[in-house]
Design a protein around this ligand. Structure first.
Ligand SMILES: [Zn+2]
Length: 111
């Protein structure tokens, strides 16, 4: 059997897959501490999605500029799919959420 729960780093409660979000901030249902999946987890989702997207575009026989465009489109789809499903297979390690100064500049946009 797979491990079906992961621990809250603040209170030590076991959170089930349905109480965890792979991406973004959520509250522990027991202690209400704000938590997020470890950065490695999001990185892993992105990295493996790129590989899957490129493999799909390649398998469908695209090349040149079309390959790049199709791979980018697939990547968006795969990431959207992965962040909703991957936690059912591999639960993230949780960390206490720390407000981000936006030093990476990746989450900018509307302010
Ligand atoms: Zn907790």
């Amino acid at each position: 059997m797979r491990k079906s729960s992961t621990k809250c780093p603040a209170c030590g409660a076991n959170l089930t897959v349905r109480q965890v979000r792979a991406v973004g901030v959520f509250e522990c249902p027991f202690c209400e501490t704000k938590l997020e999946a470890s950065e490695n987890y999001a990185y892993w989702i992105c990295a493996s999605s790129v590989v899957v997207a490129i493999a799909l575009a390649w398998a469908m026989g695209f090349n040149g500029l079309h390959f790049v465009i199709i791979a980018a489109v697939f990547w968006n789809l795969v990431v959207a799919f992965a962040i909703n499903t991957v936690q059912f297979f591999i639960l993230p390690k949780l960390e206490v959420w720390v407000p981000d100064d936006g030093s990476l500049g990746l989450r900018g946009g509307s302010k």
